[in-house]
Design a protein around this ligand. Structure first.
Ligand SMILES: Cc1cc2nc3c(=O)[nH]c(=O)nc-3n(C[C@H](O)[C@H](O)[C@H](O)COP(=O)(O)OP(=O)(O)OC[C@H]3O[C@@H](n4cnc5c(N)ncnc54)[C@H](O)[C@@H]3O)c2cc1C
Length: 328
């Protein structure tokens, strides 16, 4: 929970429910001076808000109390819709704003008129009444599933544009209908990667970085087109590419990454050409008025991870600068 608060994490429901900070009632924190302080919206609010998304710089969070959502079943009413390109997926996002959860898996190696080829996944918590009969028994207990374990680190040549293209082809075509409707359990909907244990080993011993940016909704399509074209041209494919549309964020949570716009999250295998690619992507993000998620900023420009431009918070600024200087 400390990590979730420190990044002020977001989910597939940001456009409806906001960031994690919206659901935190209060926490206790051990500050630099050795004091333990209780913080909430009404008590020590000057520490409550900067801690949200503050990357642990304001102290060590010891306890936290937060609200959960009441659910009737461990299932999601899921719809998976194929989109041929960026125009189709952007339209689907705008049509799906009333759904609680929506996200798209995207094939980042497609170019030209196929750029943005993707699958929109949208969902709602299933009620007990609507659930098919066979799932009604023990409806709150997810079924045990088979999980595959990656036995060893893959050699670095294993993940290349060809294997990523093959994976993407299977992923897109694994559903036979353009528009699939079904019920899936919470793990399958929220944590599909966890079906493959030690999935990180697919990237080889050098590992991978995550990269995530958001660009304003108004410029979204054009910026996204340029970013995808740059990635596809570089051949640095990623098989885990996630596109989301954020809603407005609470302005009090000024350290949180999201603002109203399109966000793309990718994994890139570590390789010598990666810093140049990230620099090119950072340039496009900057040009379109976007920013980078601090939690995924391993190779990014520090200026793109400063969300504090209009905030008078001297102490927090100096802590932020210290962190940036030590990471340079
Ligand atoms: C596969 C994958 C998918 C992801 N998907 C998403 C996503 O959909 N949305 C999203 O928002 N993020 C996502 N993330 C990022 C992840 O949610 C964040 O990195 C999160 O902060 C990790 O929490 P952790 O507990 O592992 O923290 P750590 O990685 O251990 O730490 C993260 C930060 O939190 C600070 N921290 C940790 N504990 C405390 C504490 N007790 N007190 C104060 N500071 C503390 C650390 O100093 C550090 O700055 C994803 C990451 C991965 C690997």
């Amino acid at each position: 929970m400390g990590g979730a608060i420190a990044s002020d994490i977001h989910g597939k429901n940001h456009h409806v429910d906001g960031c994690f900070s919206e659901h935190v009632l209060h926490f206790t924190i051990l500050t630099e001076s050795g004091e333990i302080k209780k913080c909430s919206r009404d008590e020590n609010a000057d520490l409550f808000w900067p801690t949200m998304g503050g990357m642990g710089l304001t102290g060590i969070i010891l306890t936290a109390r937060f609200k959960l959502k009441k659910i009737e079943t461990a299932y999601i009413r899921n719809e998976a819709i194929q989109a041929k390109n960026l125009d189709e997926i952007f339209t689907l996002f705008e049509e799906s704003e009333s759904w609680t959860y929506n996200v798209a898996w995207l094939d980042c190696l497609q170019r030209g008129k196929n750029s943005g080829k993707s699958i929109m996944l949208r969902g709602e918590h299933a009620t007990l009444n609507e659930l098919p009969q066979r799932l009604k028994k023990n409806a709150l207990t997810p079924r045990k599933k088979f999980s595959f374990t990656v036995p060893f680190y893959f050699p670095s040549f294993a993940l290349n544009p060809l294997t990523i293209k093959l994976f993407n082809w299977f992923f897109y075509h694994k559903q036979l209908k353009k528009h699939l409707k079904n019920y899936v359990d919470l793990d399958q909907f929220f944590y599909p990667l966890d079906a493959i244990q030690n999935w990180n080993k697919i990237y080889g011993k050098k590992g991978f970085i995550q990269y995530q940016f958001v660009i304003p909704k108004a410029n979204g399509k054009e910026g996204m087109r340029q970013i995808l074209e740059t990635i596809a041209k570089s051949g640095n494919g990623s098989f885990l590419v996630v596109l989301k549309l954020f809603g407005r964020n609470n302005p009090l949570a000024y350290n949180a990454f999201p603002f109203e716009g399109y966000t793309l999250a990718l994994d890139f295998k570590v390789n010598p050409k990666l810093p140049a690619l990230v620099a090119a992507l950072d340039g496009i993000v900057e040009k379109y008025g976007g920013r980078i998620y601090r939690t995924k900023d391993a190779l990014s420009k520090a200026s793109l991870t400063s969300y504090l431009k209009n905030i008078d918070s001297t102490k927090f600024n100096s802590l932020q600068n210290e962190r940036i200087n030590s990471s340079l």
